[in-house]
Design a protein around this ligand. Structure first.
Ligand code: TYM
Length: 321
């Protein structure tokens, strides 16, 4: 099964990224799976160059620590495969201004700043190129990327109709649980790297004390009835779903075991700490050898280029270049 997915190296990786996307990547990795750290995407918002460089390597270590095996799948850095930027241009001449300006993420992010970058608008086109360059059949992503996936399908179909069959039309795949992990302080908003919410996010590299504190302070309601119900109990349901994602039980079964929010929070904190601990240990080992990480990324880029190059050439030729 040909798979592609990507993650932006902006901010630190959090459990929304892990449960919504990265864990699916690990479970579906195979010799035909391509996963990239999309550093070009990170340029759409303000980020210090040194920080971007550093975090890109952090993300390599985090993805390996989470369980990606470079002997099985291909892991690479987007900017090291120049076809992504080249394909972006071809597809900017297929996508329309109207459809891009209707994207929810664009509207949200643009509304939070003055003088936003053009890249913030055209970002879904770059993403469509990432996917189409690899003829991906499946794209494992969290719920917030659904709309971008729909646009990718639309662009692929339009291109194929206009210029001939070049692209595979991909489908997005969401996990059964935790496709949308919510902010612990504002449980009606998704947990997000681009929103500073000091107690709202659990990072994969948080200390046990930080995790414990964030879960204990998570916003819930006041009626103290433990029940899985997103409509009337978003905060509690977020915690139950998180529990269920780490333990493998259904959220209803977990809810049935508790009478008090405090007990659930205490056990959830323990579960999250224990689940992340082995990953954190592997992360520290891997991150200590930056040379090895960079070498691995270079090998990944070489493998990715071979695939992306041939699709790019076909797309360019079909358009008359
Ligand atoms: P990014 O970097 O924001 O997020 C990476 C992945 O994590 C998922 N995710 C979540 N899942 C559940 N709950 C959350 N609170 C949560 N927050 C994030 C995202 O859905 C995503 O799967 N545009 C993409 C990166 C990208 C990409 C691609 C993805 C670029 N090119 C090609 C797939 C294919 C993004 O910004 O993800």
């Amino acid at each position: 099964m040909r798979i592609l997915s990507g993650i932006q190296p902006s901010g630190s990786m959090h459990i929304g990224n892990y449960l919504g996307a990265v864990r699916q990547w690990v479970n579906s990795q195979n010799p035909d799976a391509y996963y990239c750290i999309v550093d070009l995407h990170a340029l759409t918002l303000q980020i210090e160059p040194a920080r971007l460089r550093e975090q890109t390597v952090d993300y390599l270590a985090s993805l390996l620590a989470a369980g990606l095996d470079p002997e099985v799948c291909t892991l690479f850095i987007q900017s090291q495969v120049p076809y992504h930027a080249q394909m972006n241009w071809l597809l900017e001449c297929v996508a329309t201004y109207g459809e891009l300006s209707r994207m929810t993420q664009f509207k949200e992010k643009a509304s939070r700043q003055e003088g936003y970058r053009v890249g913030l608008l055209t970002y879904p086109v770059l993403m469509a190129g990432d996917i189409l360059l690899y003829s991906a059949q499946q794209v494992p992503v969290g719920d917030d990327q659904r709309q971008h996936l729909e646009l990718t399908r639309e662009i692929a179909e339009r291109f194929n109709n206009r210029y001939g069959e070049v692209f595979t039309v991909p489908v997005g795949v969401q996990p059964k649980a935790s496709a949308r992990v919510m902010d612990l302080q504002e449980p009606t908003r998704k947990m997000s790297k681009s929103l500073a919410s000091p107690l709202g996010l659990i990072y994969l590299n948080d200390t046990p004390q930080e995790i414990d504190k964030k879960i204990k302070k998570a916003v819930t309601d006041t009626d103290n009835e433990v029940r899985f119900d997103w409509e009337s109990k978003p905060g509690l349901s977020n915690l139950l779903e998180m529990y269920s994602s780490f333990s493998g039980e259904s959220p209803e079964v977990v809810a049935g075991r508790y009478d008090r929010y405090g007990d659930l929070k205490r056990d959830l904190a323990e579960l999250v700490i224990a689940s992340l601990e082995p990953m954190q240990r592997r992360y520290r080992e891997l991150r200590a050898d930056e040379g090895a990480l960079r070498a691995l990324a270079a090998r990944g880029a070489e493998k990715a280029s071979a695939v992306a190059g041939s699709v790019y050439e076909r797309a360019a030729a079909a358009m008359g270049l």
